[in-house]
Write a protein that binds this ligand. Sequence first.
Ligand SMILES: Nc1nc2c(c(=O)[nH]1)N[C@H]1C(S)=C(S)[C@@H](COP(=O)(O)O)O[C@H]1N2
Ligand SMILES: [Mo]
Length: 319
Amino acid sequence: MRIRTPTEILPSEITRRECYEGRRVFLRRAAALGLAGSAFPAGELLAQNPAAARLAGARSGYSAIEKLTPYKDVTSYNNFYEFGTDKSQPAQFAHKMATRPWTVAVEGEVRRKKVFDIDELLKLAPMEERIYRMRCVEGWSMVIPWVGYPIAELIRRVEPTGRAKYIAFVTHTDPASMVGLRLPVLDWPYVEALRLDEAMHPLALLGFGLYGEVLPNQNGAPVRMVVPWKYGFKSGKSIVKILFTEHQPATSWNVAAAHEYGFYSNVNPAVDHPRWSQASERRIGEDGFFQPKRKTLPFNGYAEQVAGLYAGMDLKKNF
Ligand SMILES: Nc1nc2c(c(=O)[nH]1)N[C@H]1C(S)=C(S)[C@@H](COP(=O)(O)O)O[C@H]1N2
Ligand SMILES: [Mo]
């Protein structure tokens, strides 16, 4: 799948035409503010969830043009093991997690270590709306309109030292709200990490919202990673600490089963999971169970943008 440049994206592909003019003005203003709480053109979303806080950004050039996965599926079929291993449990239990006050500590190999308040982090850089395909390691995928900004914006501001080679994302652990923490499935807290140059890629987002609203808790409120060319588990939810390191950090799934979940975990149809094929996928909310599965694309369809990060590497060894 190809990603269109901004000029190729027609407004009619983004929003129903009658909503577009109002929405465009809104998005521009929202982008300027970083966060907008002002009027939003009436749409299905608001009708569905009038209480949700608005969060929107200007559409950027990285969006895939594919049918969006319905809001209902994006927010009710989730992996967030802290709330249980069943796909329906995060939507059932995550509302118990408090997302204010919330801070994100930036530590390790940076010149400007800092504890960011979430509301400061929200305004750090202009918000963008990005429609990304997301592929779970379990063989399903979704197309989600995220709202966020490239994490490169944050990385530049905290000034990594010459020793910083990796960046780890440590996520929230709250035993009071997270029933899943009692399960011995993973070493808590859930930790994921990227090589620093991967994190600097403009596709790698710090995500704050989806479908023009702040993230529902089950999707990783108030802030998560969104790395569309890697299996979903690399995108840690509800981040509380960002740690810059010289050496490759231990990551939860890799520690749990190193032969099944490699550090890189780039979407790769040519490298099977030891227990199942990764060659195809089912699009949630769209593909019926008896429909033939869709072919999975190298780097989840983002090869043109990211393959260069892995030039010269054996991707079967570095899976
Ligand atoms: N903290 C935390 N982050 C997590 C997970 C998790 O269990 N805990 N699951 C991951 C997996 S396996 C996937 S597929 C995505 C799912 O994100 P979504 O529910 O927003 O689609 O979140 C990832 N981030
Ligand atoms: Mo996943």
